[in-house]
Design a protein around this ligand. Sequence first.
Ligand code: SF4
Ligand code: SF4
Length: 253
Amino acid sequence: MQSTGTLSTPTPISETARLARFFDEEGVTEASVLQAVDLILQRTDVFLDDALAVTRQKAGFESACKAGCGFCCHTMVTVAPPEAFFVAHHIGAHFDDQARNALKEKVTAYARRTQKMDGAQRYMKRESCPFLREDDWYCGLHKARPLVCRAMHSGSLSDCKAAYEARDANMPAPTMAIFFKNTEAYMSAYISTLRPRGLAVYPVELAGALSVIWREEDAFARWLDGADIFADAKLPVPQTERVIEVTRDQAGP
Ligand code: SF4
Ligand code: SF4
C-alpha cells in the first residue's frame, strides 16, 4: 500500500503479496478463488469511498455518478478470469431459471456480435453492456459488478452525456487517476499470483469470458488445472470502459 495523505492506495506489489499469502494459506480452489474476488471487491469499495472523500477534500472532485446513469455502460468491460467466474457464480446463485437463461442468451449474443469490436466501436454503435437493464439503466450485476466498473467516476454528467450523444468514446470526462490504481493493482495481483501457480490469467472481455464459462464443460475445474480456456476473450491490454481524461490529477492526492 502507498500512503497518500490519509489514503492507503493498493499497489501491484502490496496486493500481489496479500493475494499470494491468501492462496498460500487457502490453496487455489473454486471456493478460494471466489472468496478472493469477494474480499477484493469489499476492499475496493472501502478504498473507493476513502478515495472519493480525499479527492473531494483535497481537489474538490465531486462524482456525478449514480445508479440509473448508464451512458458509460456502452463499451468494453475488462476483467481478470477470477472476476468472470465470480460473475458467473453470482448469476447462478441470484437469478431464477427464466431470468438466468434470458441473461445467458443476451450475453452470448452480445459476445458473438461484438467479438471483433474494440471499446470505441462498441460505444459508437451504442452496444450497451448486456447487464445494463433496458428499462431503468440500472446495472443488473450491481453487487458483483467488476472492479473496472466500480472505479468509473466522472465529475461531469454533461460530459458523459455529450460523449454518448456524439457516439465518441474519446470525448473526455474529468476523473481522478487514483480511482484506477486499485483496478491496476488487482489485475496485476491476479496475474502475478496465479500465473506462477500454472493458471492462464490475462485480461479478458467479460461477456466473451462468460460465454466460454457457460459453453465449456467444467470450465472452472479445467481452468484450475491449467487449461487456457479464455483465448477467444483475451485482450491485449486492460481497457477501461471509456476513454476519460484525468484533468484534476495535479491538484489531487
Ligand atoms: S461515469 Fe458518467 S455516465 Fe457513468 S455513471 Fe458516472 S456520470 Fe453517469
Ligand atoms: S457490468 Fe454493470 S456497471 Fe459494468 S458496464 Fe455493465 S451495466 Fe455498467
